[in-house]
Each structure stands twice: as C-alpha cells, then as structure tokens.
Design a protein around this ligand. Structure first.
Ligand code: SF4
Length: 1062
C-alpha cells in the first residue's frame, strides 16, 4: 500500500486518527486487511488509542512508539556494523571518563555531580548538531570549546555503541537502501501527534515519505506558546521532499461550542512567529480562564489539594464516569508518589508509571546501605539502620539476625564507629555479661528469667560480632587496579549473600532484584568506554543507574491514570485533574543550558528545543481540550490568593482556606477515605453545637481515651492521666515493694523530686539507652567517675602501705607522687575506653584534674585536722550482697521497716574510734545542695547523708559521734562541704526529720501518688527536675502549667507538704 506522503495539521483526536487510517485502507486492494502502523507519542497513548480502536473493531493496525519503529528498521544495520545499544549505564561511565580529562573552565569542577549531569545533557543536545556547526560552537567561548572537545572524545569512546539518534538515522538509510525484512508488513506509517522530533527522526520520516509510506498528524492545541513546536515542524516537514500534500483541520473538537473556547480568536491574529495564522488557521489568543468545563481549586497544601481531587474522583465514579476515564496529571515526580499513596489509602485504583525508583526499593536501599558501609568507617548508626530498615540476611544463614536487640546492645556496648571498636567493645560487653552471672553471690539474688536474659545478651553480642566481622571482610572493595568486571562481580556477590528473599518476597521486589542484576551486568561493559574505576567511581555510576523508575502502577483501563503531563500527551479522558500548579513551577521558568547556548549557534539542522513552557503546556492542553471537565487544583501566591478570595463565589472556582473547611465541603459521604469519613461526621456534629465527647465515635478507644486524656490533663483534677494510681494501689506490687525490698536512698529521692519520673522509671521500669556518639571532650559523668576511681585507688594504696597520715599530719611529697601515678594509670584506662574526647581537649582536662588533685591533698589535710579523723575505709557497701556493713533500717510509725542499701565513698575515723566522718565525693557544682543548710534531707531530695549516717551507726559499734557530708573535691565545687556542718546522725532532730520524710515518701508511693513536678523553671537550664530525666521528651512542654493547676488537689497534700516545707 503506497500512499503519497501527507501532513495533517490541526486538533488531532482518536476519531480523526480513525478517519485517517480508514482513508489509507479504503483504496488498498486488501481493504480493511491492509496493514497500517500508528506511531503514537508514548506507550500509554498507544494503549489508549488501541482501546478506542477496539470499541469499533480494527484489523491489521499496529501501534508502536518512535524508538521501537527505529529499532525495527535500523537495528539489523547496526548489528551488521557490530554496534550495540548505548545504555544509560555506559553513557554515564563514558561521560564520567571524559570529564576526568576536562581542563580549562571545567577542570576544577570535573567530578562534581552537577557538571556530569550538565555534560550528559549537553552531549545529548549536541547529537543533533552537524560537525561544521560544532566547529563554530567551539570557537564561541573557552567553555564551549572545552565542551565540544569533550563531546568529540565521548563520541570516539562510544563509537562501538549506538543511541536513539544513530538508530533513527540507520533506519532512514535502511528505508532508502534496502528496507529490513518485515518493512512491507508495517504498511503505511501514521505518526500521530509527534513531539520533539530529532534530526534523525526527521530523516526517517523523510525516507518513509520518499517511499510514499508516511502520514504525519501534527497536533495543534490552539495555545500560542504550546503550539510553537508545531509551527516549526510544519515549516520543516512541509518543505521535506516527499511531503507534497498538507491538510489543515480545525483545531477545535468536532461540534465544539466555539464561544466556550476562548483560547481561539474568531478572527486571525498575529502568531508568535509574526505570521498571520498558520496555513489559514485562526491564530490563538491568550486565555481568560473562563473555560466552562474547567474548574479551579485553590488549596492550602498538596494533601488538601489531592484529597479534594480524590473526593471529586469518587463523586464522578459514583455517577457515570469510570475510573479509567479520569486522569490526575502532575509535573514533578514527587507529586506522583503522593497522589498514588493517597489514592491507595482511599482504595481508588490507579494506573500509570510508578515513580518509585530502583534506589527506593528494598533491594536498592540494601545495596546502597552496603555501599555506604563499604566506603565509611563502620559507623554504628549506618550498620543498625541497614539491619533495621532493609531486608538483610546472614550470608551462610547460620546467624539469625535480631536487628532491634542488636541496635540496643551496640548502644549499651558504647560503639560509635570503626571495626576495631565493634570487635573490642562487643568482646568486652559479652565478657561483662558472662562475668555478671559467674559470681554465685551475685546470682543468688537473681531470678531464673534474669539469668536467662543476661546469657542471651552475651550470646547475642557474640552473634553480632560474628556477623559484623564477616560483613566487614565482605565489604572490602576489590584491589586498586580492579576492573569494572571485578567491581560488578563483587557487588553481585554482596547482593546474593546479603539481600534477603524468599517465597514471601513481593513480586515488585523480585522484579527490582532482577533489574539490579541487569544493571550490574551492564556495568561490566563500561570497561570499553572508561578506564579501571576507583571504588567511588563505580559506586557513583551504580547509584545513578539505580535512579530509574521501577515500572508501572496498576492496570491500564482499570484505574485512574496518574502520570506526568508529558506522558499523558495525546490521551483522552472524561475528567482531568492537573495538580501541583504552583506559580512559577507550572510551567517552570526556562533555564539555559550552562554549557551550550540554546539554540546552538549556526546549527540550522539542529532540533530547536521547545521552551520548557511549551513542553509543559502542550501535553497539558492535549489532555484538557478533550475531556468534558477538567480541574486545576493549585496553590497560588498569597497576593493572588487574596485577589481570588475577593472575587467571591464563582461556579468555576473553589477556595479551600483550611483542612477543616475542606472537610466541611460537600456531603458527609464525599470522603477521600474512611478516616476522613469519620472526621467529616465529627466536624458536622460539632458545627451543630454538639460536644465531640458525646459523639458515638467517642464512646471507645482511641478517640474516647484521647479526649479523656486531653480534658483530664488540663483540668485541676488529679486523675489517672496525671499519675494518680490510687485506684490500683492496694493490689499493686510497688506498694509492697516499699517494705519488702531494700532501697537505695537515691531511689526514694527521685519520688521526692518528681513522683511521675519515679513511676515511669521505678514502677513501669521504662528507661532510655543513650546513643553513643563521637565526643568532643570527656563528659561530666565520666570525669566524676574518673576522679572517684583515682581517689579510691589512691586511698587504698596508701592504706595498704601503712603510711596513712594521722589527723593532724599533711600529705607527703611521696604521697603526692603516688596520687599522680595512680591518676596517670587511670587516665590511660579512660583513653583506651574512648571516653576522653579529642586529644587537645583531653590534654587540657587532664591538667585541670591533676591541679585539682594537688589541691585535694592540701584541703584533705585541713579537713582531717578539723574533725580529728583519718581515712579508714573506702567504697564501703551496706545492705549489698557480700558487703561488710549491714543494711540501714528505718522503722516507720506504723511499725513497718524501710530498708536501705548503698555504697559509701569514704569513712574517716578518729584514732580512738569514737568519731566517724562519712564522706560522699561530688565533682560538680555545690550550689544545688544549698538546701541542706536548712534541712538535712533538702525536702526529701537528699536522703543519702541521713541514711549513710544510719548505716555507719549500725555497723560502727564504738562510734558515738557519726557525721556525714558531701565533699566537693574540685575547683568547680570550691572544695566545699555540704552542709558546711556535716549532718549529725545521732541528733534527735535529724533522725526525726529523716523519719518524717521517709514516712511521707513511702506513704506517697504506697498510695499511688505520682504527679509530674518539673520544679522551677530556669531561663538557662530549663526545668529544675527535668534536666537529667529520661522522660523529658515524653512530658508536655507546658508541664509547669499543668502542675500549677493540680498542685492544690487534696490528694497531693502529703507531697505538697514535703516539697514546700523547709
Ligand atoms: S521530664 Fe520532668 S516532669 Fe517529666 S517525669 Fe521527668 S522530671 Fe518529671
């Protein structure tokens, strides 16, 4: 079937395509059986056209895209020349390789990702420029000269491969010389609504025209900017040899009410090219936005915008419009993901391209996670996020992965980074766990469950160590001079060994795995275009290759079509929603290529790139001129938004000022999903003056409970939501624990400071594990612990040597040397434990600690002289298993006993044993302890001194005079005693106060009183009690207001009396 070439210009529709196909078949002797091939702008458009043709029946019409036609006609020729396709992976590798040799203006930026991206784009543009124009371009500036030089190198390096342009040119040559077998089966080829025709494609159209086998249907929308490319193509195609006949059709749909299409002027207007109307067509004029079938929606954010769309889609689907006749179109891929997610939540079926990239799939994320680890120093966070967020398995399956336990365990082990730390700290951690259950005196008090738990922790640490060890070895990249093949094979093995898969793996993930394997195979071919890669080069090319979309969503013809504007070109729907129409983003501002001007100079044969504006508007118009209705949800600028609001109600405009107003709009059943359905009902209930709490939804959890929490928390009542556990106190375990268990004084102090903190930490046993991190300098906690250890070790060594000075003797020079020796030993240990921070800061800290130790000797002599005592015992345990002193017991007025245990830093005795001074070292500021001057318990927040004195009295039979005090042994704490006069444990007043306070605390706990008391607010440090509390992020930010409202509640009288009295 040979047909003279035809160029049909106008508004193209499937009906007109159908007419064109029929008119081609009619004169042919084979009639309806005559073959015709339709080349549509995309596979989706082809599918849509095929559905249209199917409705009226068709025979021997095939549909394909341009690249497929070029491949069919040109690939055999390329194969004869021994050339293979230039894949994205090889293209990227070749661009990176030539960029590495860049000089001049591109030299310093040659490895930057933006440079590589721009070079790739420029090389694609330069493909359409003839050599003579390239020379002219190279002479125009240093930058363009270098770009052209690199491009020519790129072409030489990739000469073994062919791209789409080569394929189209080869197809044209093949049509002219000797068409591929099967050419006749194609019949006449109809190019339907083509866009962006490249020089190679133009050659193919011309070659087909010469053989009288070609019809081109150019689509004119009527939008002056969108049609810019049509004017240019008409000029080029109508002058092409073999395209003798040009038909012009009306740009409006058949039977359209001309008055409703204000895009079209009733009389010819000057076109953008300066000519009057194109080929006699009326020239377009600008739109006024009053299209009768077009609706404009202004929404405050993308979610409201998309929800409005979903509601409208559901409304239309309830009518007579099937989902498959509707489309939601966007410009940015991110929007595509949001639309698809929201549609899925609403249960609306979708179809179209899936914007999820291979890098975002589980297999892609696992591969990227492995590469990041291979390139880094085994940071704890990276290892655990790989384990917790990706489907990872152990290579030999002998280890069962336990990501959440390993995460916690690695934090407890204090691992930050480096395989050395993983090995060393996990070994030590496991050893510590084993050791803690090896001592029968320690384990005798442990339950079976606790013992099992510790054993499991030790085993888990060993398993984690084995896994990390193997992973580290496997992640060592191939040696320096490794080839692309070596890197690909190494990566393939990592995927095989570590990416978990099985019978339950979802189909899309298995497809993604297959695609990753294909990419790794393609990367082996990069050796023909690029030298041996470094690990970074290989990794970057791999990452880029993973940026391809994974495939399709749903099934065409069954769901709402969700795609970008461009993909929807030439498709027809009954309703189209254009989302994300943000000012300045749709259409986007045109940006010049930074490396070559647009259009390239002296390049008459070059494809004239459409402006971005035209590229966006064209397909948008394609989609919106066909449907019966279209909606354009948008987010305009503030000023335009106010202007539109002033315009008031219009039937083509919907303003959604807020999420709430969006929910109130329309019928209650017009919900985007089930959650929104409930919300709509609740809002309507409330607007009718009803309280939400009385709605049937509020009868149960979670809404009912949440409402109770909200109102209870901000009321002046002390409720179950505020730590009032009195209703369950009688049967609770914590009630009896106060009597049955021994307590550390600090445990009860915690209740006195903030009962809610006690409830969470000691009743519910919730706690947080600190995330180890790189430290700048030693933490106050580690510093304090280090000083404690140094002083303890020093005192013990002096005691063992028998040289402890008498009460009125100063420390000797030998003692000073011994103290410094002990300090240096402990400094070395702290350094090896990795707690000392940056070397320069540690050096400073070390000097300060040594200076404090020097002062300590002097102040210690003064202290001993003041009280007539000398150090006698250190780290004295009481009430602990195997400790020398018995527990301290306090008898309550009720006759019940409260028992205490603890560890005293130091006990000094007078030579005759009648006086004892109990000392608890402190290394911070003494200011928070000022309350001890008035109250030996500081309102229950400092019980240690009283309890320590009690313990000493119980165990030191000869001591008649027992005192206790905190001693601040650093310059920061001014070497002060707190209180200045140590607490006299034998004083009736002190004992009475201690008894009273302990009684109140125990009574509060047993009654189930656990209010949250943040304490005073300090502008610099925040709430007094919350600074070191694990639950700071859990409590409401206005916790002080809540406490103020509740503090006068009668149930809190006991606690209030405790914290307010002095
Ligand atoms: S954060 Fe503050 S108010 Fe909350 S439990 Fe801790 S100390 Fe109490």
């Amino acid at each position: 079937m040979n047909t003279p070439g035809r160029l049909i210009v106008g508004h193209q529709t499937p009906e007109r395509l159908r007419d064109a196909v029929d008119s081609l078949k009619r004169p042919d002797p084979s009639g309806p059986l005559a073959p015709v091939t339709v080349v549509g702008p995309s596979n989706y458009a082809n599918l849509s056209l095929r559905h249209f043709f199917a409705r009226t029946g068709f025979v021997n019409v095939r549909f394909m895209v341009f690249s497929r036609l070029a491949e069919f006609l040109g690939a055999p020729r390329m194969a004869r020349e021994g050339r293979t396709p230039l894949t994205r992976v090889i293209e990227s590798a070749a661009v990176r390789s030539v960029a590495a040799n860049a000089s001049g203006p591109l030299g310093d930026l040659s490895r930057h990702p933006s440079t590589l991206h721009s070079l790739k784009q420029s090389f694609r543009e330069l493909r359409s420029i003839p050599p003579s124009s390239l020379d002219a371009l190279a002479r125009s500036s240093d930058l363009q000269s270098e770009t052209v030089r690199l491009y020519r190198q790129f072409k030489r390096d990739t000469s073994r491969f062919y791209d789409d342009e080569d394929l189209a040119s080869a197809a044209a040559e093949s049509v002219d010389d000797q068409p591929a077998s099967g050419f006749d089966d194609l019949g006449t080829i109809v190019f339907y609504a083509p866009r962006d025709i490249t020089p190679g494609q133009l050659k193919l159209i011309e070659a087909l025209s010469r053989r009288e086998r070609c019809v081109v249907m150019l689509d004119q929308s009527g939008d002056p900017i969108a049609d810019g490319y049509v004017y240019r193509l008409v000029n080029r195609l109508s002058s092409a040899p073999g395209t003798p006949q040009t038909d012009v059709t009306d740009p409006l749909p058949q039977g359209a009410d001309r008055d409703r299409y204000s895009y079209f002027s009733p009389s010819p207007q000057p076109s953008p090219s300066g000519r009057e109307g194109l080929l006699g067509l009326p020239a377009p004029v600008s739109a006024d936005g009053e299209g009768a079938d077009t609706h404009l929606v202004i929404a405050p954010d993308p979610n409201q915008e998309i929800r409005w769309v979903i509601r409208d889609v559901i409304r239309k689907a309830r009518g007579s419009t099937p989902f498959s006749r509707m489309a939601v179109l966007y410009r940015k891929p991110d929007y595509g993901k949001i639309v698809a997610e929201e549609m899925e939540l609403a249960g609306v079926p979708v179809a179209g391209p899936d914007q999820t990239t291979l890098a975002e799939t589980a297999v892609g994320r696992t591969l990227i996670g492995l590469m990041e680890l291979a390139d880094g120093d085994f940071q704890r966070g990276l290892v655990t996020s790989l384990l917790t967020g990706c489907p990872v398995r152990s290579p030999d399956r002998s280890i069962r992965l336990n990501p959440s336990r390993w995460d916690r365990l690695s934090k407890e082990a204090g691992i930050v980074r480096g395989i050395g730390q993983w090995r060393d700290r996990l070994e030590k951690y496991a050893a510590r766990q084993e050791e803690s259950i090896s001592d029968p005196t320690m384990t005798s008090e442990m339950s079976e469950g606790r013992l099992r738990g510790i054993r499991a922790q030790a085993e888990s640490a060993q398993e984690l160590l084995a896994f990390v060890d193997r992973l580290y070895d496997d992640l060592q990249p191939p040696a320096q001079d490794a080839s692309w093949v070596d890197f690909s094979e190494w990566t393939r093995k990592l995927v095989d060994d570590y990416v978990s898969r099985g019978s339950g793996t979802p189909e899309p993930e298995l497809n993604a795995l297959e695609k990753v394997q294909d990419i790794l195979s393609e990367l082996t071919a990069a050796s023909t275009v690029a030298p041996r890669p470094s690990f970074q080069t290989f990794r970057e090319d791999l990452y880029e290759a993973l940026q391809i979309p994974t495939g399709r969503l749903g099934e065409m013809g069954k769901g709402v079509f969700v795609a970008s504007f461009r993909i929807a070109a030439a498709m027809r729907f009954d309703a189209v929603y254009l989302v994300g129409m943000i000012e300045g983003a749709a259409p986007p501002a045109a940006r010049d290529d930074p490396l070559i001007p647009s259009p390239p100079v002296n390049a008459p044969e070059a494809r004239q790139p459409d402006s971005r504006c035209s590229r966006t508007r064209g397909p948008k118009r394609d989609a919106t001129t066909c449907p019966r209705s279209a909606a354009l949800p948008t987010r305009p600028s503030q000023s335009h938004s106010s202007e539109l609001k002033r315009m008031g109600d219009r039937d083509w405009l919907t303003l959604i000022p807020s999420a709430e107003s969006g929910l109130l709009d329309g019928d209650a059943t017009d919900a985007a999903d089930v959650l929104e359905y409930d919300l709509r009902h609740l809002l309507r209930w409330r607007t009718m003056g009803q309280g939400v709490a009385r709605h049937p939804f509020a009868a149960g959890a979670p809404l009912g409970r949440a409402l109770q929490l909200g109102s209870a928390r901000y009321s002046s009542n002390f409720t179950e939501w505020d730590g009032n556990a009195s209703s369950i106190a009688r049967e609770s375990r914590y009630r009896n624990d106060t009597i049955n268990r021994t307590h550390s004084p600090t445990r009860l102090e915690r209740w006195a400071a903030c009962p809610f903190s006690y409830f969470l930490g000691n009743v519910l046993r919730i706690g947080s594990i600190e995330t180890p991190e790189d430290i700048y300098s030693i933490s106050p906690l580690e510093r304090g612990s280090l000083i404690h250890k140094i002083l303890d070790a020093f005192m013990r060594s002096v005691a063992e040597s028998g040289t402890m000075p008498k009460p009125y003797e100063p420390w000797s020079a030998d003692h000073r040397s011994a103290l410094f020796r002990v300090a240096h030993e402990h400094f070395a240990r702290a350094e090896s434990d990795g707690v000392t921070g940056r070397p320069v800061m540690w050096e400073l800290e070390r000097a300060l600690i040594l200076a404090d130790l020097d002062i300590f000797l002097e102040r210690d002599a003064a202290l001993r002289a003041r009280f007539g005592v000398t150090p006698s015992a250190f780290e004295v345990g009481f009430g602990l298993s195997g400790s020398p002193w018995q527990e301290a017991v306090w008898r309550l007025d009720s006759g019940e006993q409260v028992r205490f245990r603890g560890m005293i830093d130091r006990v000094d005795m007078s030579p005759d044993g009648s006086t004892a001074l109990v000392i608890d070292y402190k290394t911070g500021s003494a200011r928070p302890y000022n309350g001890l001057e008035n109250d030996p318990t500081d309102r229950g927040r400092r019980l240690q001194l009283g309890v320590y004195a009690l313990a000493a009295q119980g165990s030191l039979e000869r001591a008649e005079n027992v005192r206790s005090a905190y001693w601040f042994v650093t310059t920061r704490g001014t070497f002060a005693l707190a209180p200045r006069e140590p607490v006299d444990g034998s004083s009736a007043e002190v004992r009475s106060r201690l008894g009273e306070v302990v009684g109140r605390i125990v009574s509060g706990i047993r009654s189930g009183v656990f209010p949250a008391n943040p304490g005073e607010r300090n502008a610099r440090f925040g709430f007094e009690n919350c600074g070191f509390c694990d639950f700071d992020s859990l409590c409401p930010s206005r916790r002080d207001r809540i406490w103020e409202r509740k503090r006068d509640h009668p149930a809190l009288a006991g606690y209030r009396d405790l914290i307010e009295e002095s």
